[in-house]
Design a protein around this ligand. Structure first.
Ligand SMILES: Cc1cc2nc3c(=O)[nH]c(=O)nc-3n(C[C@H](O)[C@H](O)[C@H](O)COP(=O)(O)O)c2cc1C
Ligand SMILES: [Mn+2]
Length: 473
């Protein structure tokens, strides 16, 4: 049975020992960010808990963070499976189940209309204190509707809190919602949106993953859950939102309503300049009784942002390479050092010499602005071990033959290595990148590896105590 809402999921996290309550009162304007950073820096991913800040100074809404992407175990729990089951569970998304419209839902238990709809009632933290201009919502699931097909899109786009009724959205050029805005702008119209916080966890996972344009992420979530997501119509906009959501902020992006947004501490580990970005005017806020607010920890990796992006992108890339292209893929990994964006590692049991290049091109053809570097290795290399990947690059690759550089491709818009123009960062819409592909698979039969026989290594491992060897402390 899928989770029906965030609350049911938090109980499961708690029962598995994966959620830690911070009961001490904290200040959202400096302390939450520093506590999260210390948690992510000091506790390795495999042992990292999600956090629930129960008491926030000046607010009566608790904040949860790390609950979707704190670790691989947390991610698997969000999908209702274990770590081995992630790929099979995710692959169910290829059979979407459209959301089901119902007449009422707990997300509208409390309604604040017009002047009562105060964006500052939510405990959005300041994340990079001293550099971000104001609090930011980092885990909004932004829902908009295609004015022609009426199909909805869900994407996570950060929201700057500018005042009680006004926010600023940063939506990259390739994103699903941009298409809706372009179609509305062509007719001189505004774009309506609903910004959802705190749902059944599968919706959050689909909101941050690169589904093809035109796919409704709520339908993909339905497929993964094996049951339709129930939705209710918003009070002031023509948008359907998950009925059991914790908090829904309704509003509109006025026609050509851009204004300065940012700067913001970004996922690549540097401050991002921000820019002239869409305004979001709040028309209504609805929420459950005693709502729970969700945030993502982003900024410098390691972070929840890079964990969750990595897990979601691995699945989507692998699905494309296997299901659409029929490539013999063994594993796909987006290392966190590349903020799970810049670098993609692929292992495959290649059947002919063209397949490594097909894998590179397959990834670059996806709708995502990622994979500046793709490295393809044979299936005997464990791509989750950086040493093995370096070893493959060192001895299975000839630079003059096995490197591909492709110019004029989609950029990672927050990559600080982008060339400047007149000493300034180019706006996202004008950036262009290039791609690097490294084919580090063997091109012919290789000599055997120079290691002791497997049975000797296994025997030694099984009687390791016999040798009395201890690491230096
Ligand atoms: C924590 C976090 C924050 C994100 N912030 C933004 C953002 O501010 N703007 C943006 O365009 N994409 C952002 N993304 C990436 C998008 O959510 C992601 O590309 C998603 O697939 C977009 O969905 P879409 O293709 O339906 O637009 C963020 C992702 C995460 C995990
Ligand atoms: Mn989309």
């Amino acid at each position: 049975m899928p989770y029906k809402d965030l609350r049911e999921y938090l109980k499961v996290l708690e029962s598995k020992g994966l959620l830690c309550h911070v009961t001490a009162e904290v200040d959202k304007d400096w302390e939450i960010s520093a506590v999260c950073r210390h948690t992510f820096r000091s506790i390795p991913q495999e042992r990292r808990p999600a956090l629930m800040f129960d008491k926030i100074k000046g607010h009566d809404i608790p904040l949860v963070v790390g609950i979707l992407g704190g670790s691989r175990e947390i991610y698997a729990t969000a999908l209702g499976t274990d770590q081995k089951g992630v790929w099979d569970t995710w692959a169910r998304g290829k059979n979407p189940i459209p959301p089901k419209l119902v007449s009422s839902g707990p997300c509208q238990e409390v309604v604040h209309l017009g002047a009562d709809a105060n964006l500052e009632m939510l405990p959005a933290p300041i994340w990079t204190v001293g550099q971000d201009p104001s609090p930011y919502h980092t885990s909004p699931f932004v829902i908009s509707r295609d004015p022609e097909t009426r199909v909805q899109n869900v994407g996570t786009y950060r929201l700057q809190v500018k005042n009680a009724h006004r926010g600023g959205l940063m939506i990259n050029p390739q994103r699903g919602m941009r298409v809706h805005m372009q179609k509305n702008e062509a007719k001189g119209g505004a774009t309506e949106a609903a910004i959802v916080f705190g749902t059944d966890p599968v919706i959050g996972l689909t909101s941050v993953s690169p589904f093809p344009a035109g796919v409704d992420e709520l339908a993909a979530a339905g497929g993964i859950r094996g049951e339709a997501v129930e939705v209710v119509r918003c009070k002031t906009v023509d948008i359907d939102v998950p009925a059991t959501a914790e908090i829904v902020v309704e509003g509109r992006i006025p026609y050509l309503g851009n204004e300065p947004e940012g700067p913001f501490g970004e996922y690549a580990g540097y401050m991002g300049a921000g820019g002239n970005n869409p305004v979001f005017e709040v028309t209504c806020i609805t929420h459950r009784k005693n709502p729970i607010y969700q945030a993502f920890l982003s900024q410098m990796p390691p972070s929840e942002s890079s964990c969750i992006k990595g897990f979601g992108r691995e699945n989507e890339i692998r699905r494309h390479l296997v299901n659409n292209l029929g490539l013999p893929i063994h594993d796909v990994c987006l290392p966190e050092s590349g903020s799970s964006t810049a670098t993609v590692l692929v292992s495959m049991k290649k059947q002919n010499r063209f397949q490594p290049q097909k894998a590179m091109m397959g990834i670059w053809s996806m709708n995502a602005g990622l994979a500046k570097i793709v490295v393809v290795v044979d299936d005997d290399i464990n791509i989750r071990d950086p040493f093995q990947v370096d070893w493959a690059i060192a001895f299975r690759m000839q630079p003059a033959d096995d490197i591909r550089i492709v110019p004029n491709t989609d950029p990672i818009t927050l990559d600080p290595s982008q060339p400047l123009r007149d000493g300034k960062v180019l706006p996202a819409s004008e950036q262009v990148s290039s791609k690097l592909g490294i084919d580090a698979t063997r091109k012919h039969a290789y000599p055997p590896p120079s290691v002791p026989p497997k049975e000797h290594l296994e025997k030694v491992a099984s009687q390791w105590d016999r040798y009395g060897i201890r690491p230096v402390s």
